[in-house]
Design a protein around this ligand. Structure first.
Ligand code: PHE
Length: 345
């Protein structure tokens, strides 16, 4: 062994120690050089055979190798350990994970999606119209001129432009009929607005599902059977539907229809202290319907002599309240997760 070779070996050992990536690497380098069967003890053993002139230099370099390598390995090992300690502190894998609640579809969306599905089986497609409507589409085209008393019950939010937030989804009927010739078979779910004071059954912003079926020879029997089919699909096979005479300017004749109360099964007298949901009447009003008024057909350019059709508009909140036995409409808008989670579907 020559002094120069040993110097090169020492430099290589220190370089290796600097390049080590793990505590295990450091240990391997230590064993290889400083271990009992390592290079250093061998060099010391071979010292006696070395050239006497080189011996002091070899001894000195061997000593340096031992000390410098040992201290370098030790300081790097301490640094690795400190780093691991920091990482362990920053990430404590014994802590519980973050809870991210899974959202659910809002009950109003659930009712709308279910209604769309049910009417799709009868051949209805979905139509849409704007929330900000003109007075013409919301009222005039629906045979409700400016002096008509029924406008009073549908006061709403007017914009400075003269437009208004639609009070009903019925203007979608007009928009669809202007765009296409009969036959027409659409439903139009959406938001409506009225200047109603909020209470347990009223909200100034609510939802309706409009339906319109126009063809030849459409009759009241079609209306009654389709609404009854819908009611059974939505509420269950035992629900009963009641049609009562009513008035709407854009249908003639007109009806309002009720579903039998879901909570008392239409028999409030049997429900112990009575039924709060239907207020002991056994029925829940769902909304209005009727045969499309020929005056509306005239407005959209359909021939009122040969064209017949029915229309209905139902309150989505009403259906949700009956279906889920909700006593107060405001629960649907409070966004209280404890309430909404019970209706998740
Ligand atoms: N638009 C009416 C309302 O909001 C309901 C309705 C729709 C009545 C279609 C008849 C036909 O009260």
């Amino acid at each position: 062994m020559k002094a120069d070779d040993l110097q090169a070996l020492k430099d290589a050992a220190l370089t290796d120690a600097c390049a080590a990536q793990t505590v295990e690497d450091l240990e391997k380098i230590r064993v290889k050089h400083l271990g009992r069967k390592g290079l250093l003890p061998e060099i010391m053993k071979s010292l006696k055979d070395a050239d006497p002139a080189e011996r002091p230099a070899i001894g000195r370099i061997a000593n340096e190798l031992k000390q410098e390598l040992a201290s370098l390995l030790e300081s790097r090992r301490a640094a690795f350990q400190a780093q691991t300690a920091c990482q362990t502190q920053a990430f404590d894998d014994t802590l519980p994970g973050q809870w991210r609640p899974l959202g659910t579809r809002h009950p109003i969306s659930q009712i709308i999606e279910e209604a769309v599905r049910i009417f799709a089986t009868l051949g209805f497609t979905v139509a849409d119209g704007p929330d900000i409507e003109t007075e013409y589409y919301n009222f005039d085209a629906l045979n409700t001129p400016g002096n008509h008393p029924s406008r009073d019950t549908q006061d709403t939010f007017w914009l400075e432009s003269g437009e208004l937030l639609r009070t009903q989804t019925s203007p979608v009927q007009i928009r669809v009929m202007e765009e296409q010739k009969p036959p027409v078979r659409i439903i139009a779910p959406g938001r409506c607005y009225r200047r109603d004071t909020t209470d347990a059954t009223h909200s100034s912003n609510f939802h309706q599902i409009e339906g319109l079926y126009v063809d030849r020879d459409v009759s009241m029997a079609d209306l009654k059977s389709d609404i009854s089919y819908f009611a059974r699909q939505m509420m269950g096979p035992d629900v009963k539907v009641r049609f009562r005479p009513h008035f709407f300017p854009f249908t003639e004749p007109s009806v309002e229809y009720d579903f039998s109360c879901h909570v008392c099964g239409g028999k409030p007298a049997l429900a112990g202290r009575g039924c709060r949901l239907c207020k002991n009447s056994g029925w829940i009003e769902i909304s209005g319907a009727g045969m499309v008024n020929p005056k509306v057909f005239e407005k959209v350019g359909y021939d009122p002599e040969t064209t017949t059709g029915y229309a209905f508009g139902m309150g989505v909140e009403r259906i949700a309240m009956v279906k889920y036995s909700i006593q107060d409409i405001r629960l649907l808008y409070d966004n209280d997760i404890r309430f909404l989670r019970q209706l998740s579907g």
